[in-house]
Write a protein that binds this ligand. Sequence first.
Ligand code: BTN
Length: 495
Amino acid sequence: MMDGTFFEACPQSVRFGDTSFQVCYLPVTDSTNLRLRAWRDGTPPEGMTGDLCYGTCLAAGMQTAGRGRLGRSFLSPESGLYFSLYLKAGDPEKTLEVTPAAACAVCAALERSGIEGVGIKWVNDLYYRGKKVCGILCERVGDGVICGIGINLTEPPGGFPPEAGPAGALDREDLGKDTLLLRVLEQMAFALKEENRDRTLEMYRSRLVLQGRRVRCAVGDREIRGRVLGIGEDFSLVLAVEDGRTCRLSTGEVTRVFREEETEERTLLRTAFFDFDGTLRPGDSIVSYLAYARRKGALSLRGLCRAGADAVLAKLGRIPLSEAKTRALSFERALSARDREALILGFVREELLPGMYPAGRREWARLGEEGYQRVLVSASTEEYMRPLARALGADALLCTPLDPEGKAGPNCRGREKAERMRQWERTLPRGIGVDWEGSLAFGDSRGDEAMLCLTGHPAAVNPSRALRRTAERRGWPCLEWNKTTRGNGKEHETE
Ligand code: BTN
């Protein structure tokens, strides 16, 4: 394998679905990232012609000046696989998503090659058996991004020098560079597709080696310490920092991972819990959803009337609420997965988001900026609440679950809300909990009382008569969030 013909079996053009890559190969170069950049500026590598196109993959047998992040070098002897891709990036935020997509693509390609247990150290390093085996360097150039990937297949003769840091190798002599390159490209084609973003995010989260660990990070010349809470919707690293707030890093580097102390020192996070229907937006969202589905022709008039009749039966206690919800949503089963997704996303974008109370949205945004975790706690079902939570950047969603057959689980209302909040605390990484006393909750009805009672700072928003009585008795503030409320609505506080 080490005779300079590593890429013989690699075709010059490969296609995976509607994504194609043009593969070029240099036995030796300084840096594949640098060569692509020069190519884009009009100087193609020797032996290559034409303008640089999106989808070009330049691979090298070895690099003499391999580049790492933050101006570091990347040792690139013959024993590794080095290549760079020129990809269309669109807006700058999307550039930040190329690195995690590449990390997931390499993990998946290695798994397909029988190498299990590769973990991701946010944001761009892959670790195997405690050593760094792969680095990724993405650089924005105009509307594109050059994504360089280096994988240590075997140890170089004489081992890795100390300046290579915690470098290690996969120790797979038998794994051809051409085979691995093709597998990574195939996985890259998958991971870069917008429709696979959620799966990529899930994969990235599940491979994170830092979950729950105490870390030190460098962001420019700032140093931040905290415990890793997880990966945000935008692939940011979410840290629980010492003062009980969360901090999200979209750039930067983890410079140290601390050893776990013997003592159970916990970081308690301030959290804001929000009910949705009636609190952040008027009315019952399932009613709006059914009306929307009717308008879009996805629900028959008969189906709509039946759902109305079931709602009345549920109110009278003749059938469980979860059964009424299951039946109301049964029309979705007749839709294709694509139509169903389009319907739900349309509902979230056209109805739920624009229909939210401006004062509620402001409070949501303010608390996010102040480093509170934000959790939606709703009796609505997860199908449309999940994309809504994602669009709002919620840290968690606690709502009425739906099983794969569309059957609604326990209604997330009343005591169930409080129960789910406590359960959710138990799912946080070890060493992280909720600062219940320092947390906030917002609800509008009696069904929110148990949730409000759990936190030290409950607020009744547009309260029902019953909740207003409780609020007055307990001294909770009452807020009016309506379509026109300015500020945070506190001008309507009760005494
Ligand atoms: C890092 O670990 O900081 C990133 C390393 C990225 C290395 C790859 S190898 C292919 C491409 N060419 C380079 O010069 N760097 C990237």
